[in-house]
Design a protein. Structure first.
Length: 230
């Protein structure tokens, strides 16, 4: 399926996003806007508005895609692991909790909520993932952070890098979606590749492909949005 993105428009938008994040002045809708350097690495998001789509009647879609360049290198992880996985996590400097640590939370809703808030993602050993509902209740599921399984044969660092590179499009009850496609420390080429691949992948999930996409924007965390598809 051919991409409907205009490369020049996308490249200009990415240049403006990166320039703004460096504190440079950009022109948008004929007006100058001075950027600001932030004290953290801003994420670059792809924002999507759909059309000719009924979230109530049409089939809801969901799909994950691994981008070539990691858009979110600073995601935080906690491993809910068996002895072997806890030792591995320790070796690579990742926080971990064993069954005994989870039991201490005593299914306390506030403590589980606090744990869910502290990390972006959780990994769990296969013999522990089955026990999560019994040990912690529904708290992690409610927060949308139920652990990802890490098999005993898998490389933990590799698994985390894969999660940091993977985006998920999931249709809920609204016509807008957004995913991370990069960060402002990446090059223009890297963000361009990630943005193009993410957009094409989204179109492939939709019933009428590009005809279901109303508009696409990219923006950094604190910067103005730049339209790349009309």
């Amino acid at each position: 399926m051919a991409s409907k993105l205009n490369a020049q428009i996308v490249e200009k938008a990415i240049r403006d996003v990166l320039a703004y994040s460096k504190g440079e002045t950009i022109t948008k809708n004929g007006e100058d806007s001075k950027g600001k350097v932030r004290k953290f690495i801003e994420t670059v998001e792809l924002q999507v508005s759909l059309k000719n789509y009924d979230p109530q009647r049409d089939k809801r879609f969901s799909g994950t895609f691994k981008l070539p360049t990691m858009p979110r290198p600073n995601l935080t992880f906690c491993v809910l692991g068996n002895a072997v996985h806890c030792e591995q996590a320790d070796r690579i400097g990742v926080d971990h909790m064993a069954v005994e640590d989870l039991k201490k939370l005593n299914k306390n809703k506030k403590l589980v909520k606090k744990l869910a808030k502290k990390y972006d993602f959780f990994l769990a050993s296969d013999n522990i993932i089955k026990q999560i509902p019994r040990l912690l209740g529904p708290g992690l599921t409610k927060a949308g952070k139920f652990p990802t399984l890490v098999a005993s044969s898998e490389d933990m660092q590799g698994k985390m890098d894969e999660i940091k590179s993977t985006i998920k499009f999931q249709m809920k009850k609204v016509m807008c979606l957004n995913v991370s496609v990069g960060n402002v420390s990446m090059t223009e080429k890297e963000i361009f590749a990630n943005t193009s691949l993410a957009s094409n992948f989204l179109a492939s999930l939709l019933k009428k492909n590009w005809q279901n996409i109303n508009s696409l924007y990219i923006k950094s965390t604190m910067g103005p949005s730049q339209q790349i598809y009309f």
